[in-house]
Design a binder for this molecule. Structure first.
Ligand SMILES: NC(=O)c1ccc[n+]([C@@H]2O[C@H](COP(=O)([O-])OP(=O)(O)OC[C@H]3O[C@@H](n4cnc5c(N)ncnc54)[C@H](OP(=O)(O)O)[C@@H]3O)[C@@H](O)[C@H]2O)c1
Length: 216
């Protein structure tokens, strides 16, 4: 077992729950620390959690030390209630987490972004995600890995009408040729790709699209 520590934010979410389990199962990490708003109820010898108010993450003195930071934070426009509130979670919290983690000694940052993220697009959701990807690259991490999943499949605890409807519609679409990358991807596949990529020893900024993750 390698003596590394993984820090994960968003561990209670759809991807985050799967990723936390896969990090705990991986022999790359001897410690997995989740930054949480409320306890997750995970009982595992490698697991610990730190309660965090993400509004104050930049000045959080007890930020844990770890080499790798995994960010699975995110909200929806519906849950956030406004563009400003959405931006706060999907951009500010993620950016501040990366910055604070770097100060605490991390040297690799793993971000779950989204397919189509682009700082120049007129679509607000995709633009926020794209701006975050862009700005992270200037922070000074040795390595940044950005995962850009298509629509996620998985066992979501709360019902999201739009997501459910989109998943039903995608069942009748063939997704062949250039459309393959739009095929919904299971969260376990994304988490598995993230843990596999973590075994690499790269330096720089790397993107992983859904179609690549499906094949890993
Ligand atoms: N869903 C999709 O189809 C899809 C597709 C492509 C990309 N993505 C992106 O993938 C990422 C993960 O998606 P997901 O579906 O796994 O997300 P999710 O299930 O909604 O989980 C989001 C996570 O973010 C945390 N979070 C939300 N609002 C917060 C706040 N105000 N303060 C602190 N933490 C907060 C949640 O913590 P709490 O439990 O404490 O609320 C949770 O751990 C997101 O960035 C999303 O945009 C999603």
């Amino acid at each position: 077992m390698e003596n590394k520590t993984a820090i994960i934010a968003g561990a209670s979410g759809l991807i985050g729950r799967s990723l936390t389990q896969q990090l705990l199962n991986s022999n790359q990490y001897s410690n997995v620390i989740a930054l949480v708003r409320k306890p997750l109820g995970i009982n595992h010898p490698k697991f610990s959690e730190v309660t965090v108010d993400f509004d104050g993450i930049s000045d959080f003195v007890d930020f844990p030390q770890g080499e790798d930071i995994f960010c699975c934070l995110g909200t929806t426009m519906k849950n956030a209630g406004s563009k400003e509130a959405f931006f706060k979670v999907d951009y500010t919290y993620c950016y501040d987490l990366a910055k604070r983690g770097l100060q605490a000694g991390a040297d690799r940052f793993f971000l779950v972004s989204a397919m189509g993220a682009n700082p120049k697009t007129s679509n607000f959701y995709s633009r926020v995600k794209g701006e975050l990807e862009d700005q992270l690259s200037f922070l000074g991490y040795r390595t940044i890995y950005v995962f850009k999943p298509s629509l996620l499949r998985g066992d979501r605890k709360v019902f999201r009408f739009g997501e459910k409807l989109a998943l039903i519609i995608t069942r009748i679409i063939p997704f062949i040729g250039p459309w393959k990358k739009y095929r919904p991807i299971h969260v376990d596949k994304v988490a598995d790709a993230m843990v596999k990529v973590a075994k690499q020893d790269d330096k720089g900024f790397y993107y992983y699209q859904s179609d690549i993750m499906q094949k890993m």
